[in-house]
Design a protein around this ligand. Structure first.
Ligand code: ZN
Ligand code: FE
Length: 256
């Protein structure tokens, strides 16, 4: 099984999973990178997974129909290109022979879903769209901090070795924010250097792992005293994890 991040636009990734013959892609905002990857590797496109309705995640779906040999899966409660198979979370789907568990993760959008592939003996692979980023989380366009907190907790319940495949390369700016929230977090500092080196070599900082995210991602660390204190200083009304997350998210929106 092969996992590839196809860069698209300025900072999107279209994730591709393939077995050497059949491939599926997640959130194809653009068809060109997908076509090139299929062609150069001699793969057949057997399924498309969509996490949410934003155009940078769905824009290439209809353009890929002429090469697509199977279904498009997408959130039931959002408007995505049709025909598609609606998913809501809690079910297991078969996409191109790959099994996925669907998780309901509202917050960034109201119907956002995530997909987890668990293969025996390998680390689970999580496609989380714009819900969980490395060292960050998505903006709350349609949902609340309470929803985003619950969604992130649902993802954190997955095994710690889970590979986190986010839809954007936002890691370096997220880490700058994480360092402002927790100036004494040495894992953040170390990972900043790692990511600086990777980006300088034109490599992706992804996938991350849940284990690493639990150490560096302030939005998963709302219980930490240092994170709470920082959120309080930025206007969090109480120490509840959702209030802390909401204050962090507002702060991140203003953070330069
Ligand atoms: Zn989005
Ligand atoms: Fe996006």
């Amino acid at each position: 099984m092969n996992l590839i991040a196809l860069p698209a636009f300025t900072d999107n990734y279209i994730w591709m999973l393939h077995d050497g013959r059949r491939a599926l892609v997640v959130d194809p905002g653009d068809d060109q990178p997908v076509r090139q990857a299929l062609q150069s590797r001699g793969l057949e496109l057997a399924a498309i997974l969509v996490t949410h309705h934003h155009p940078d995640h769905t824009g290439g779906v209809d353009d890929l129909r002429d090469v697509l040999q199977g279904p498009v899966f997408g959130p039931a409660n959002e408007r995505i290109p049709t025909p598609s198979v609606p998913v809501t979370g809690g079910e297991t789907i078969d996409a191109a022979g790959f099994e996925f568990e669907v998780i309901d993760v509202p917050g960034h959008t109201a119907g956002h879903v995530a997909y987890v592939h668990r293969a025996l003996g390998d680390a689970p692979i999580l496609f989380c769209g714009d819900t969980l980023f490395s060292a960050g989380c998505g903006r709350l366009f349609e949902g609340t901090a309470v929803q985003m907190h619950a969604s992130l907790q649902r993802l954190c319940a997955l095994p710690s070795e889970t590979l986190v495949c986010c839809a954007h390369e936002y890691t370096e700016s997220n880490l700058r924010f994480a360092a402002a929230v927790e100036p004494d977090n040495l894992v953040v500092r170390e990972h900043q250097q790692t990511c600086r080196d990777r980006r300088a070599a034109e490599l992706s900082t992804l996938p991350s792992t849940l284990a690493l995210e639990c150490q560096i991602n302030p939005f998963l660390r709302c219980r930490e005293p240092a994170v709470r204190a920082a959120a309080r200083a930025q206007g969090a009304l109480d120490d509840s994890e959702a209030a802390v997350l909401g204050a962090l998210r507002d702060w991140k929106n203003r953070f330069k």
